[in-house]
Structure formats: C-alpha cells, structure tokens
Write a protein that binds this ligand. Structure first.
Ligand SMILES: Cc1cc2nc3c(=O)[nH]c(=O)nc-3n(C[C@H](O)[C@H](O)[C@H](O)COP(=O)(O)OP(=O)(O)OC[C@H]3O[C@@H](n4cnc5c(N)ncnc54)[C@H](O)[C@@H]3O)c2cc1C
Length: 541
C-alpha cells in the first residue's frame, strides 16, 4: 500500500513536493487554501486581460526551477535569453546595454561593464575589486549573513553611485530589499552564482504565459497525471499528531493499540472521514493514521465531483505554506518553540506592480531596467495579457508593467498618486510615451511578497526536517541558502521530498521511479552550483 502524504500549500514548493512524492509512489493529497494552485505566482482576469499580480523572471542558474518547468511541460513557455542582455534606461537620451559576451564567467560581463554609461571610468574600474573579493565570501558562513551588503560594497570601494546605478539593478529585484540593507550572504549567493558564475548563469528567463497557466494550471495537471489528488479551497486549520502510530505507517483500527490513541484528539471524527472514495489510499481508510489535518470547511477535489471531508488523514505531511502560516500550523513538539517564534523575525517585504496601458507602442524592448528613475524594471506585457490579439489590427495598444521591489514607500500609496508619479517617469524613459494616451492604469500590491532578506535571517530559516518524524517543512523561506525566489521554493519542495523519503517513506520501500540518484542524494538541493545540475524533476520531460 502506498503511504499517504498530505502536502499543505499549493505554491511552487508544494507543487514540487507533491510531484516528487507522487513520482516516488506516495499517495499524495495536495491541499491549497485558495481556489487555484501557484501560490505567490498567480494571475487574475481584469476586463478581458490576464494580469499577473507580480511580474516574475528567473535566471539560467535556477536549475531546480527550470527542472520544474520541464516537469510541467512548460520550458518553451518561459524562454531564457540566448545571452544575458539588459537594456538600462535613464531619463534623457543615454541607454546602457549590459550584454554578456561568449567569454567564460566572470570575464563575460567585463566588456559590457567597460562601456556602461551610467558610471564614471573610475567607478567602472572599481567594480573589479568587489568582484574579485566576492570569490572569497562564503554565503554559508553565519558571520557573513550578519553583514549588510551595502557596507561590504562600500568597504570594497563602491561609491554610492556605483551601488545605486549598478549593483542595485540586480540585488534589489533579486532580494526584494534596498540594496544596502540586504544580507551579504544572500547577495553573495546571487552575485557569485548568477553574475560571477558560469557564463550563462545570469541569462534571464521571462514567462511567455500568464503565471496562472505556467504554474497553477500546469501544476494541477501534472499532479493529477501522477495520481495525486488536488484539493482547492482546502484551508488547513490544524495538524494533529497521533504519536502512537509509528511514522510512515497506518495502524488498522482494530489493532491492539491503546483505545485512547485511536483518533487524533477528537474521537468524534471517523477514521475514514478524510478520504473521498476515489482518493489515493481510500482502501486504507479504516486504518488509523499518524497525522490528522483539520480543514476550515469540506473541500472539493479539483476536477472531480463530490466533496472530501473536513478532515484529512495522512502518514506524512509536507507543510509548504508561508512562514507566518507555518508558525500557526506546526504541531507542538515538532520544533523548539524558540525556533518557531524566530520565524516572525523573517518579516515581510512588499512588491508593487504598476500596470499602464497606452493607446500605442511606447517601448521597443521586451523589458528594461532603469536608473535615476523611480521605475526599476519595466516589462512589455501586451502579448502575454491577451491585449495584442484583442483589439483590431489598427489598435496597437501596449501594456507595460513596472515592477517595484522593496516597495515599502509605494505599498500604501493610492493608485492616483502613483499615476502622477509613474506616468511622467515612463515619459522620461520613453519619448513615445509623451504623445501616447494612457487608457488604463492600475496597481497590484503584494504586501508580503517575500521575507525581509536582511542580515541575521539565515539562522531563522529552518531546515526541512523536524523533530516529528513524518512532518517536514517546505517553502521559499526555509533554509535553502537561496533568496526567497521560485528557485528557493522548488529546492525546498525537493528537499522536503528527499527528507521524507530518507526518513519515513524509505521504510515502506517506495519505488524509485521518477527520482534520479542526483536528487535523492541531494546534489541538486545542496549548494548553488549552476547549470550542469540534473534536477530530476525535469529530466523526464
Ligand atoms: C509580486 C512578486 C514578484 C516576485 N518576483 C519574483 C521573481 O521575479 N523571481 C522569483 O524567482 N521569485 C519572485 N517572487 C518570489 C516567489 O514568487 C516566491 O518565492 C515563491 O513563489 C514562493 O513559493 P512558495 O511555494 O514557497 O510559497 P507560496 O507561493 O506563498 O505558496 C504557499 C501556498 O500555501 C497556501 N496556504 C497558506 N496557508 C494555507 C493553509 N492553512 N492551508 C492550505 N494552504 C495554505 C497559500 O495559499 C499559498 O498558495 C515574487 C513574489 C511576488 C509576490
């Protein structure tokens, strides 16, 4: 009989864990509180347009995330640049272009840096010093995580101008915190792996489909194809543990076990209440299980008729929710109270997206970065949103989305005020915007987009394993060594699956199908080496 694993949280971490565990032979139930999968990567419809709440990109070094894309059959729908190539705009006529050469990293960026127009010659030359020094920075060293990236850059000869006009371009968006305030450890992971690593490590991948399709719909389809059950609108309110049931095994309800241990905490719940008759593991429903998940309300299995119960029984649990929710759900005894309380210290940092639709094209690039402007990065979303084919051929409207990371100063500002600031800012960057009419303007705000990636956060991020055999954590905020990104989420999902497999599930002799040795051994999820890795999830696409 396959062990039943409940995965709580249908973001990228939960989707990854669900797929990896279903591939390994577990009977997986994926529970998501919202009516869709995808978590922080989501889309919504607005007046016939498909809008992503936040523009997402990834880098070539994001091997685990690329593996997930492959597993979902979505690689072609989130294409990578053939070469790192970023146009940098500023008010006025000057444009910079940071395009890598074919030279091996870290030499690949040198020619573009040498021509970068927004720094003086001396400032450009000064970049070599931190680039060389960064090679000696160990992101895993706790002392490194106690330092601010800005202090470290300043100590290595980087002027305020160099920090704002060059380093911020990459670290603010990657770490979602003002560049100077970032943890040196996390910044070093980004810089060493992306910018100074293999020559193709920083090539940028941009979704060509709305995130809801790219991850949510595709994740649900892939999980279902592997036999996993997806329950949407399934908010878990409590995880109860029956310690008398050994990890990884259910106990028949008529087995000779103490009667007071038969059902977790609430004896009124029938032991088979959790599992719809067509669910994986339903034939085992008369057995008692180690974990009992309480739902806020009965959940509908996605794509099937009928409702599941308000209780889910499982032999093992992956808790793949944001850190605040995990602190509320993690059962007593799973981790020291101080560890769970410490997660509050991870905090939150907002991302705001400003969406502007013009009556004509104003930007001639797929995306661009900006300096000396409140605009940080701006993306052409005309095609992806469905705007392009919607109007008549003569209507050549263009939809731009400005992505504002570390957006504390914008997150509470009314849309009308943001319009007064950002429409002129775009006009400064794009001369064609001065003549164009803005036909729509709206704002999306993600107040808790990522945790606040400041110094001192590494020690607050838990590993996937807990002291409660059978319960593991996942989520981009857990201790992956990576910033709170899609890559971190996928790595955490893989780490959780590996942890369960190595501890509880291996005792049950799950088949290895779908797991390559590299993933089982952890080579993909340990370290940040880049592009040669063979994330398994993805090998079989
Ligand atoms: C606006 C924005 C822009 C971003 N840009 C980028 C980018 O360009 N590149 C990049 O790599 N990363 C980016 N990120 C970060 C990236 O989206 C996240 O790191 C990643 O998606 C987190 O995935 P996760 O699975 O760990 O968590 P989440 O996506 O938060 O998923 C957790 C899920 O758990 C569910 N849940 C919570 N409580 C319960 C419960 N009690 N019961 C059941 N389900 C529950 C939630 O509904 C959610 O779906 C961005 C994030 C935002 C918000």
């Amino acid at each position: 009989m396959s062990p039943r694993v409940a995965v709580i949280g249908g973001g990228l971490a939960g989707i990854t864990a669900a797929i990896a565990l279903a591939e390994a032979g577990a009977a997986v139930t994926l529970l998501e509180a919202r009516p869709r999968l995808g978590g922080a990567t989501c889309s919504f419809a607005r007046d016939g347009l498909v809008v992503d709440t936040g523009q997402h990109v990834y880098l070539g070094c994001c091997t685990a995330y690329r593996g997930l894309l492959g597993q979902l059959g979505m690689t072609a729908h989130a294409p990578l640049q053939d070469r790192f190539d970023v146009t940098v705009l500023a008010p006025g006529p000057r444009r910079g272009r940071l395009r890598r050469t074919a030279l091996p990293g870290p030499l690949h960026m040198l020619p573009a840096l040498g021509r970068y127009p927004f720094l003086s010659l001396a400032e450009r030359a000064s970049v070599a010093r931190p680039a060389l020094a960064m090679r000696r920075v160990d992101p895993g060293d706790p002392r490194v995580d106690e330092q601010r990236f800005g202090d470290w850059l300043a100590a290595h000869g980087q002027s305020d101008r160099a920090r704002r006009a060059l380093w911020d371009l990459f670290t603010v968006s990657a770490l979602n915190i003002a560049g100077d305030d970032a943890s040196l450890s996390l910044a070093a992971t980004v810089v060493k792996t992306g910018l100074l690593g293999r020559s193709n490590a920083a090539d940028i991948g941009v979704p060509a489909l709305p995130l809801g399709e790219l991850h949510g719909d595709a994740g649900a389809a892939a999980a279902a194809k592997l036999g996993a059950q997806v329950l949407l609108g399934a908010k878990v309110t409590a995880i109860e543990v029956d310690d008398t049931v050994p990890p990884g095994a259910s106990v028949p309800s008529d087995a000779s076990v103490p009667s007071d241990a038969s059902v977790p905490s609430d004896a009124s719940v029938p032991s088979d209440a959790s599992v719809p008759s067509d669910a994986p593991g339903a034939s085992r429903s008369r057995s008692r299980s180690r974990f009992c998940l309480r739902l806020a309300r009965p959940a509908d299995p996605a794509g099937t008729a009928g409702a599941a119960g308000a209780v889910i029984l499982a032999d093992a649990v992956v808790l793949a929710v944001p850190h605040e929710a995990a602190a509320r759900l993690v059962p007593p005894g799973a981790l020291p109270a101080a560890t769970v309380a410490g997660w509050a210290g991870l905090g939150a940092s907002p991302i705001v997206n400003v969406h502007v639709i013009y009556d004509r094209p104003v930007m001639d690039l797929p995306f661009a970065a900006a300096v000396d402007s409140p605009v940080q990065w701006v993306f052409d979303r005309t095609r992806i949103s469905g705007l392009a084919p919607r109007g008549p051929a003569s209507s050549r409207a263009q939809y731009l989305a400005i992505s504002l990371s570390a957006a504390d100063e914008y997150v509470d500002v009314p849309a009308a005020t943001l319009r007064e600031q950002f429409v002129p800012a775009l006009a400064e960057l794009f001369p064609a915007a001065r003549e164009a009419q803005v036909t729509e303007f709206f704002v999306t705000r993600e107040r808790r987009a990522t945790f606040r990636q400041a110094p001192g956060t590494a020690r607050l991020r838990p590993r996937s394993g807990t002291q409660l055999p059978g319960l593991v954590l996942a989520g981009a905020w857990t201790d992956t060594g990576w910033p709170d990104t899609m890559e971190s989420a996928v790595r955490s999902g893989l780490a959780a699956a590996i942890e369960l497999r190595h501890t509880v599930l291996s005792r049950l002799g799950l088949p290895r199908a779908g797991y390559s040795d590299s993933v089982v051994s952890g080579s993909v999820v340990s370290g940040s080496e880049g592009n040669a890795s063979t994330s398994t999830i993805g090998v079989r696409q």
